[in-house]
Design a protein around this ligand. Sequence first.
Ligand code: HEM
Length: 525
Amino acid sequence: IHRFFPKRSPLAHIPGPPSSSFIYGNLTQLLLPHTYGTFEFSWQTTFGGLYRIKGPFSSDRLVISDPAALKAVMSDTQTWKRSDQQQYSVDMLIGKKAVFYIEGEEHKRVRNVMNAAFAPVVIRGLPPVFKGIAEKIANRWEDMLVSGAKLDASGAMDIYPSLHDATLDAVGEGAMGYEFHSLENSDSELGASHRNIIALSGVRSPFHILVDAIVPYISPTLLSLALKLPTPAFKVLQKNKELSKAVSSELIASQQEIVRIGAEGRRDVTYALVKANASSKSGHQMSDEEMAQQIPSLMIAGQDTTGNTLSWAIYRLASSPELQEKIRAEVIEACESSPGGDISLNTIEGMVWLNAFLKETLRLHPGLPMSDRIASTDAVIPVSQPITTSTGEKITEVRVPKGTHVHVATASANRLEYVWGPDAHEFKPERWIEPSKWAGNRSASNFGPYANLSTFFGGARVCIGWRFAVTELQILFTELVRRFRFALPPPETSPELQVRMSVAVNMIPVIKSGKPSLPVIVEAI
Ligand code: HEM
């Protein structure tokens, strides 16, 4: 009872919004707003990069986006753990050896081998895979244009499914060494099962908030019995776990054979993983079971995130005709001066507007806008900007008791006005190009591995696939801009097709009905 209703909260002096409900606290506002960020971004403007909110049953939680706070929490994995419910979901979906699940020395050892598999030299071998995928998207859209797959009189078609099929094929071929053939409409069993998992993770309701709040208080025995109940959702998870285990074990075994006989393998991440593992010192290697659990981890972490980011990039492009022409001009110029019109990765990396545009998309539409961490001991969180407490005291660190639940708000961090400037909420790719006093500020508060963004997080659990994702986005985006022109359906004639930001786990474009969609008028060039 005292854990649910603490007598006096040690965080009571930290400013924050008033609670909107005794049962849910502020969590429906934070996690289930109609448009993502409605409350979160305005709380940040009012209270800064660390504030208190109410969790279920009047408990206190913190929301952090301040760079010093993010660094402290994300680099100390001994103190700051994933929540029980995150761990249970990973175990049910993949297993206890998945990179998301493991901690401490075990995580360090597994990441060491995995980091080698994601080294720049491996990623730089992937452009032909991504170019092949861009070609298949183009073929599909050309067919759709001919068959008239239009949503309404504006002529818009929903390209969200194609972009998601593309990123499933990309993670399949580039990371797993597996061909889903999603873009060719011949889904494998694993592909179909993965779609069911994504659909499951796309549902979030007040009920889920309550379940998450209650899980830490249920005895592990009772919980493991409850998790064996044959509910439809648990059956989907169970089936996916079995399928991905069978496929992954086969993929690992065949790559091990290639490495053993010294044959030249395919240039995917799994091949690099098996090779890196074979050359690791004994005691540092991963077991076959460990390796097999990393394959579905890559599929879960790398598909939906990249698919949504690519969708947001096309959405932003369709919203900004002038920028679209500017980027297209850059792409066409590069194409004309490239042998056979085949633009190399080096050339793409040198395109100023295209890269600024993608960085700005990653800034305002981070695939995973929020995560959670729980203090496993009493801890201190520093902040780079002082906080004025309810008693008028100015503090630069906050003492938190063991068990404190922290929402790591990376979407907010990417919009922090004292880091990005007063126009932080605007989509302005020029901020990456024109000299600005805020550029120095950004690098001073750097936390993430790419462009000072928090999108891939930072610290010990920084996204391992960030280079993979950036390269994939650069290539697919370049090829699509070169071959198609995009426009949005006008709000006056197509009110049902207007897009807003919604979040379940990932940041998703949805239309008025709430369906994940990206209705865009596409014209072949
Ligand atoms: C734009 C696309 C992507 C975004 C925004 C993104 C974002 C993230 C974030 C925020 C985390 C940390 C989550 C946490 O600790 O709570 C993460 C972890 C991870 N990501 Fe990504 N990711 C993307 C693409 C990819 C790709 C393409 C792959 C692999 C092919 C990948 C593999 C992983 C893995 C394995 C982890 C777990 C790392 C660990 O716990 O040590 N991600 N990602």
